[in-house]
Ligand binder design. Structure first.
Ligand code: PLP
Ligand code: COI
Length: 339
């Protein structure tokens, strides 16, 4: 294997040794199989291609100082995939099957788990798709679940540092009663135009407002939003955002650190009162926000006055990473060690 510079890998796809797959046919899930092929053979009328029957997950495995491999919140991701299956009528994958498949694919690709010192990790990407041929709009009778893994560095350039985000009022990512709460591909397709526009203008991500009133903060492109003020962790309550497992974990950590928690609507105007703000997610970890521009309204909310991550974001970031890498005890039961 070519030497990998583990500390400088991007957030991208790198081939590994194996992926694992499991088929749903005749009303039941089959056995988990490993393969070294990175392509799939798919019927041209498969529902995933035409009608978007596709859901995915994202989680990470970390190598600790002790050499052990830790997967963060494995069962929560399994449950969220089930929720996505319910949301777009796909065969539901049992939690145990998900857990078994993740452990297997991580073990099979152990040599791709970055060393502790690098600060990188192994990104685990489960995918569930409708594979049955259908022309009328109806759910498939057959499904494929697969997982690939790939070593990754930070999602946002430069790792833990502040970056600007932008509100683009011409675009919505998800409707209030639509699929925003599920991790399905269509939501990401819907975010591509705005996302590219934001990147071209030098922003790290789009900060979406609620689609109905355009008044409340929803979430950032690939991450949830949170703000800090008056010793309080505030994060949006919305029917169109993904329930982020990282955000839930940060809420627990913030509470444990003595912060108050508020999960509620956040009017855009309130941004001017925040002491800190961040994007959070598996890929993003915590990405502190420097400023938020609302271009159409000609407003700019400067959050990090000195351009640096604030003290609460910094503390939460280090706490979360310490648990993930096993530097601190797993006091909330979030870690699965791969034996
Ligand atoms: N919101 C969106 C739209 C996402 O794609 C993600 C990434 O998974 C998140 C939020 C963060 O969720 P999690 O913390 O579970 O990774
Ligand atoms: C994640 O954080 O796992 C994501 O899915 C974000 C993005 C890469 C889609």
């Amino acid at each position: 294997m070519k030497e990998i510079d583990w500390s400088n890998i991007p957030f991208g796809y790198m081939p590994t040794d194996f992926n694992v797959r499991c088929h749903y046919r005749d009303g039941k899930w089959g056995e988990i199989e490993a393969t070294n092929s990175d392509t799939i053979n798919l019927h041209m009328a498969a529902t995933c291609l035409h009608y978007g029957q596709e859901a995915f997950e994202g989680l990470k495995a970390f190598r600790g100082k002790d050499g052990k491999v830790r997967i963060f919140r494995l069962e929560e991701n399994a449950k969220r995939l089930q929720s996505s299956c319910d949301g777009i009528l796909m065969a539901k994958l049992p939690v145990e099957k998900f857990v078994e498949a993740v452990k297997k694919v991580v073990k099979l690709n152990e040599r791709f788990i970055p060393p502790y010192e690098s600060g990188s990790s192994l990104y685990i990407r489960p995918l569930l798709i409708g594979t049955g041929a259908q022309v009328g709009v109806s759910p498939s009778k057959e499904y494929l679940f697969l997982i690939f893994v790939t070593p990754v560095g930070p999602y946002f350039k430069g790792g833990f540092k502040t970056s600007p985000v932008v509100i683009l009022r011409q675009y919505d990512r998800a409707a209030p009663l639509g699929t925003g709460i599920y991790k399905v591909g269509g939501n990401y397709a819907a975010s591509l135009v705005a996302g590219e526009k934001a990147h071209e203008m030098g922003y790290a991500a789009v900060l979406y407002l609620d689609a109905k009133e355009k008044k409340y903060i929803d979430e950032c492109g690939p991450a949830n939003f949170f703000g800090i003020k008056n010793n309080t962790y505030i994060t949006p309550e919305s029917t169109s955002i993904l329930p982020s497992i990282t955000n839930n974990s940060l809420i627990t950590l913030a509470e444990d650190m003595g912060l108050k928690i508020e999960r509620r609507q956040i009017p855009e105007d309130e941004l001017s009162t925040l002491e800190e703000a961040g994007q959070c997610g598996t890929a993003a970890v915590i990405s502190p926000i420097s400023k938020i521009d609302d271009l159409d309204e000609n407003k700019s909310y400067v959050i990090a006055k000195d351009g640096k991550p604030g003290p609460v974001c910094t503390k939460l970031y280090h706490k979360l990473r310490a648990i993930q890498y096993g530097d601190e005890p797993d006091k909330f039961g979030w870690i699965t060690i791969v034996e």
